[in-house]
Design a protein around this ligand. Structure first.
Ligand SMILES: Cc1ncc(COP(=O)(O)O)c(C=O)c1O
Length: 475
């Protein structure tokens, strides 16, 4: 009997995602390895979600050095640390209430950090202005998104609020939306066109939802999670025009803006494109952009900080958000966020090392993505669109009908069964595509490639062994 069959998919009425079930299984198998239970592998490797430091990537020295001084100000006098590190720490401490990271600070964020964020946005968007009153700092971008989705659920209409959501979408999103009491309305990205956003499909999805639900927002992930697509200016303009015509709030997850590596691809923010459209759009379309310290290059997921920038939003919504004290980000996380968006500049002692570290992470990611894409496409029963940005590959499994039937009999999705067998037989934990939302009979797996190259190689080798063995079982 399969291991997952023992796990109830609901616990006290709360749905448990296949991802948490797979991760619990991964933890249990790891414990068995530690206890000496014989396995064909020495270690479980979990690449199902993006957690760069867990995967073995190193933190940025500058960020950690400044943070260390902020947490332990005695280090301000330590000449072993470079002068720019100590000066920056001093400046950040001055920005904290009482000069200490131990104070509460304001609920929408430390004002100095918010000021750095608006300066960063203006630099990034080549002069498009930003305003600290539109910035809200939260303990991670997911918390900010959750707040907005909860507010959407509180519409005055009797019909249930809905949010248009790409399929596939980030694996954490369906549950976040469901828990807030909002209906998820899927619009499908076009896999064969590199997971493109398609205007006809947006109209189809909206039409199907209207009448039954009240669609109030549209969620976009750009660069795409888990698809790795990157939208160009034209595609972004089309989405903005659609949102304007249909009076939808745009929720734009731009967390992976620091990792675009596809040839001739660049990150262009929704805010920049919107600001350059005529006033019919630029002054009316409501847009919220999310960014996070969990981004590719920093990967500081555990320090918990992110922010959202609200454009053209009703002041009352902003007021409500600012008063949510539960959304208070830790001060250490906020300072780390400041260091992410305001790195050392040329001429400062830490600049060269910082630049080298960033370039190394970006090169590692793009080489891993290319290597894994070629490798996966060489496997039978598998096809994979190339990633242009972000940290995932999302290959499609062309599974034999026998395996699909077997999964049905076990009451599971076939991709979940595939991931479970892979985990049990080869000790590799991938994300099951059904978690990201997928068409019937289109099965995918999710693979984070932001990890040391040796880890990615090991994952690919074990995956190949398992995949070919499975092929033998179902000739
Ligand atoms: C699409 C997406 N948004 C946001 C995040 C980061 O969330 P947070 O800032 O809450 O750590 C991730 C990280 O995995 C993500 O994949």
């Amino acid at each position: 009997m399969s291991s997952l069959q023992h796990v109830n998919p609901t616990v006290r009425g709360i749905r448990v995602s296949p991802q948490s079930v797979l991760q619990s299984l991964a933890v249990r198998i790891s414990q068995e390895v530690t206890q000496g239970v014989p396995k064909p592998f020495k270690q479980v490797i979990d690449v199902s979600s993006g957690d760069p430091h867990k995967s073995g990537l190193k933190p940025m020295s500058f960020l950690r050095q400044v943070l260390a001084v902020c947490v332990y100000p005695e280090l301000l006098n330590n000449e072993g640390l470079s002068l720019d590190v100590r000066l920056r720490a001093q400046r950040l401490l001055e920005a904290c209430d009482g000069g200490s990271v131990g104070s509460y600070g304001q609920s929408s964020g430390v004002p100095h950090v918010k000021q750095s964020i608006v300066e960063f946005i203006s630099r990034r968007d080549a002069g498009v202005s930003s305003n600290t009153e539109h910035i809200f700092i939260s303990p991670g971008s997911q918390v900010a998104l959750r707040i907005i989705v909860i507010l959407l659920a509180r519409g005055e209409e009797e019909t249930q609020s809905a949010v248009l959501t790409p399929m596939p979408c980030p694996h954490t999103l369906p549950m976040l939306v469901e828990e807030a009491g909002v209906k998820l309305v899927p619009y499908h990205l076009i896999e064969e066109q590199g997971w493109a956003v398609d205007l006809d499909e947006l109209h189809r999805a909206l039409k199907a939802a209207r009448g039954r639900y009240e669609p109030r927002a549209m969620y976009i992930s750009n660069p795409g999670n888990p698809t790795g697509h990157v939208q160009d200016r034209k595609s972004i303009e089309e989405v903005i025009q659609f949102a304007a015509a249909e009076r939808l709030l745009l929720l734009v997850d731009e967390v992976y803006q620091d990792s675009v590596y596809g040839p001739d691809k660049e990150f262009i923010s929704y805010k920049k494109v919107l600001s350059e459209m005529n006033s019919e759009y630029s002054e009316t379309v409501e847009l919220i952009s999310f960014h996070s310290l969990s981004s590719t290059c920093m990967g500081e997921c555990g320090l918990r900080a992110g922010y959202m920038e609200m454009v053209n939003m009703d002041p009352e919504v902003k007021h409500t958000v600012y008063n949510m004290r539960s959304a208070h980000a830790p001060v250490t996380g906020q300072l780390a966020l400041e260091l992410m968006i305001n790195p050392p500049t040329p001429g400062e002692p830490s600049y060269d090392k910082y630049t080298q570290e960033i370039l190394l992470i970006q090169a590692t990611l793009s080489q891993n993505a290319r290597r894994a894409w070629q490798f996966l496409n060489d496997l039978p029963w598998m096809s994979c669109q190339p990633a242009m940005g972000g940290i995932y590959l999302y290959p499609r499994l062309h599974l034999p009908s026998e395996l699909i039937e077997q999964a049905k009999m076990l009451g599971m999705e076939a991709d979940v069964l595939y991931c479970q067998k892979l985990l049990e037989e080869e000790g590799v934990c991938l994300g099951a595509g059904s978690e990201n939302g997928q068409d019937d009979q289109r099965y995918h797996v999710r693979l984070c490639v932001l990890a040391p190259p040796a880890t990615v190689e090991e994952v690919l080798a074990r995956l190949r062994t398992f995949h070919l063995r499975l092929l033998d079982r179902f000739p």
